[in-house]
Design a protein around this ligand. Structure first.
Ligand code: UDP
Length: 412
């Protein structure tokens, strides 16, 4: 037992691990269920991948369930995602019917485990409607919102609010994302697993072999953006920025991404990205399988700097991953990227392709400064965005809500 947690001691310190064990002591045997909409692709799956086994190792009986549907369901949930992040999208009764019918089918399968659980964490809007479909709930239900829903399309928010208001609490990644909801709201920033294939140390030879296999020459500095092919990640803006610097400071641009099984827009975005690159041999567009974690690790390590030019971002784990590898980041001036990229310290925040181009030039011309920013970034992630802090906040939240609710019941 405890083998996995022990492995983190050299990275985060023995006391951090012992603190987790101590906190978890009071939660031993608690049945915890996390529900999201995909096991592959995107930041939520990335987090649940390590969170579930570590919670189990700490003695909480934790499982990971996924809501499943057909293409129309994912089209609707992607519309939800886009509208909650501010895009204008029509909301029709037919869309809600599709959403509600698919969740009702899922509830038939999930109800026994969800109704018996002591804690249910529902991640993002896709499974939010399960609450009403589990009328014999015994435990505490928490809605965990990973996206930037601070400026949502009103109709969508009104509908979602009617679903999530009934939960016992919600969690957002940043204070700016909190909503007017009739229950306690907690702020928990995401984190990365420093020992996963995505983030573990790699030998230089593996990094070089990866580049070789992918056909990326090492003649010029490499700029990388790793993301699902999604408009909010602005891959087209990144290509524009790269074009603007191509003549002044030569660089290779790597756009690495794959689909998430719950994201139906990827193929269309990828097509546009290919068109925008227009055969430019210094742009490397990589469509990666969902388990290409070591490949992404190598690409991030091979980069002179990492870009995440999102126009909306819940948190941006790709930024955390890059900073952890000592790479300065040029990031869109939005959402969780603002928590991680501090101008002149860990990278630069930019609003336009022109701004990104300017900062790319600046960094490539001053590698010593870029290296110093990378070192600051790694320190910042070590102190704030590794999994031990995240796990600790989950445990304290669970203890706190359980105690709070018990007191509330006693008081009444
Ligand atoms: N990712 C991946 N393969 C891809 C694209 C992304 O493994 O082709 C990972 C990436 O390394 C990061 C996560 O998916 O860990 C994306 O999380 P982020 O918070 O940056 O964005 P999200 O996709 O959740 O909006």
């Amino acid at each position: 037992m405890d083998r996995q947690l022990d492995a983190y001691e050299p990275v985060v310190g023995a006391s951090a691990i012992s603190q987790l064990r101590q906190l978890a002591g009071d939660l031993k045997g608690a049945r915890v269920v996390h529900v999201n909409s995909t096991k592959e692709g995107g930041g939520v799956a990335e987090i649940l991948d390590w969170l579930i086994p570590l919670m189990n190792e700490l003695g909480l009986e934790t499982s990971w369930e996924v809501v499943k549907g057909e293409a129309p369901f994912y089209n609707v949930t992607k519309s939800f995602h886009n509208a909650l992040q501010g895009n204008k999208v029509p909301l029709t009764r037919a869309m809600l019917d599709t959403y509600e019918a698919t969740l009702a089918e899922n509830a038939l399968r999930l109800r026994p485990i969800l109704e018996e659980a002591d804690f249910v964490f529902i991640h993002d809007p896709q499974p939010a409607g399960l609450f009403d479909l589990c009328p014999n709930r015994k435990g505490i239900w928490v809605w965990r919102c990973h996206i930037d829903a601070s400026h949502p399309q009103r109709k969508f928010w009104v509908y979602l609010k009617s679903l999530v208001s009934k939960y016992d609490a919600s969690i957002f990644s940043m204070p700016e994302f909190a909503q007017s909801l009739p229950h306690p709201q907690f702020i928990i920033a995401p984190s990365i697993d420093p020992l996963s294939d995505k983030n573990c140390p790699l030998e230089d030879a593996e990094v070089l072999t990866t580049l070789y296999k992918l056909g990326i020459p090492t003649d010029l500095p490499i700029l990388t953006q790793v993301s699902r092919f999604d408009y909010f990640k602005d891959p087209l803006g990144v290509i524009e920025a790269h074009k603007l610097v191509a003549d002044s400071v030569g660089a290779r641009l790597v756009l690495a991404g794959g689909g998430a099984s719950d994201d139906p827009e990827g193929a269309a975005v990828l097509e546009e990205v290919r068109e925008a690159a227009n055969g430019d041999e210094s742009v490397h567009i990589l469509e990666l399988p969902p388990d290409a974690h070591r490949t992404i690790n190598a690409l991030q390590r091979a980069s002179a700097l990492v870009i995440q030019k999102s126009t909306r971002e819940g948190f941006g784990l790709t930024v955390t991953e890059a900073l952890w590898k000592g790479k300065p980041v040029i990031g869109g001036n939005v959402g969780g990227i603002r928590q991680q990229v501090h101008n002149h310290h860990t990278g630069y925040l930019v609003n336009t392709p022109q701004g990104a181009a300017l900062r790319i030039q600046e960094m490539l011309r001053d590698p010593a400064r870029a290296g110093e920013m990378g070192r600051q970034g790694k320190k910042f992630v070590t102190e704030n965005f590794l999994l031990n802090r995240h796990l600790r906040e989950y445990l304290t939240l669970m203890l706190g809500i359980r105690r709070g609710l018990t007191n509330h019941l006693i008081a009444h």
